[in-house]
Design a protein around this ligand. Structure first.
Ligand code: ZN
Ligand code: ZN
Length: 316
């Protein structure tokens, strides 16, 4: 099933052998979170002929299954970018890279912690550098988290800037500056502070999650929104929600309250899920500011039993 304009044009291009861009077709940037949470994180950012996965933390098979529901062939993926070496971000990258001949971009420190030596191809990212992949450009920034190195990204596209940061112990002034001009923010909203306090997790695990090298709470994200949200932001995508220490309704409400507090009721919130593909965000269809609900895919995808069995609410 064709689920977006880009996929429609891509299909037409493939079948009839012409370039939509040269004929003025409105192919714009699309962002879809294929899965998010401690069981595996994968996000697809695409524009015209460039398709990039940010993280590949589900099995290769499950990534392909979810891509197929978006009408995307795994052979058409141009790059995988790994934010950090935890399994929920890197699990399927090696097999995907080798099977579909996809280069993997990450830093040397992340590669060394990950320990994989037989990728199809490794291309080095350096913190603070800007790296172009097709029409997308990725500026990386190191953020606090308990991996050897964890990257956030400012992604410049022809249709606006995306800020992408998950697994954040604490929001730094550098991250605030990096995200100032964004139109869309993809940010962690991992746990509700009160739910973490009464969580069945061990004290050590709760302390680690709440630490400045752990995960970002709903309340910490709300503080960022109240104090630092850029005027150009029109959409916030909440990712990496804990299934034990959070609830989608609580995360969304906390974010919404912060937006109301700072007079930003116009900002749309998009929720993401561990077990199904989230709504696709289209940058060009109607302009982010004018987007209506019908521009989003409302339907989630079923979750395979195989992947369900892999899901554990662990640190990685
Ligand atoms: Zn994670
Ligand atoms: Zn992590």
């Amino acid at each position: 099933m064709v689920r977006s304009l880009t996929q429609c044009y891509r299909l037409i291009s493939r079948v009839f052998g012409f370039n939509c861009k040269s004929r003025g077709c409105p192919i714009g940037v699309e962002l879809t979170v294929l899965g998010s949470g401690s069981g595996g994180n994968v996000t697809l950012v695409s524009i015209e002929d460039t398709q990039v996965l940010i993280d590949a933390g589900l099995s290769c098979r499950e990534i392909c299954r979810r891509l197929s529901h978006l009408g995307v062939n795994p052979e058409d993926i141009d790059a995988i970018i790994i934010t950090h070496a935890h399994g929920d971000h890197a699990r399927g990258a090696r097999v995907f890279s080798r099977r579909y001949h996809v280069p993997v971009y990450t830093t040397l420190r992340i590669l060394n912690e990950w320990g994989v030596k037989d990728l199809y191809e490794w291309r080095e990212l350096r913190p603070d550098d800007i790296r172009a992949i097709g029409d997308l450009s990725f500026q990386s920034l190191v953020i606090p988290h308990d991996a050897s190195e964890t990257l956030a990204f400012r992604i410049d596209t022809p249709d606006g800037v995306i800020g992408f940061a998950t697994d954040i112990g604490v929001i730094t002034s550098e991250l605030v500056a990096l995200f100032r001009e964004c139109r869309v923010l993809v940010m962690e909203s991992n746990h509700a502070t009160d739910l973490l306090r009464v969580s069945p997790y061990s004290l050590a695990m709760r302390t680690r999650i709440a630490s400045s090298e752990g995960h970002l709470s709903n309340e910490e994200l709300a503080d960022f929104i109240r104090n630092h949200l850029g005027e150009s932001v029109s959409c916030i995508v909440l990712v990496h929600l804990s299934r034990v220490n959070n609830a989608p309704a609580i995360a969304e409400l906390t974010c919404r309250e912060a937006l109301v507090d700072c007079g930003r009721e116009d900002v749309r919130i998009v929720m993401t899920f561990q077990d199904k593909v989230a709504q696709t965000i289209h940058f060009v269809t109607a302009g982010i500011k004018k987007m209506h609900a019908e521009n989003f895919l409302q339907e989630g995808l079923p979750f395979s039993e195989a992947t369900n069995a892999q899901m554990t609410e662990t640190r990685r």
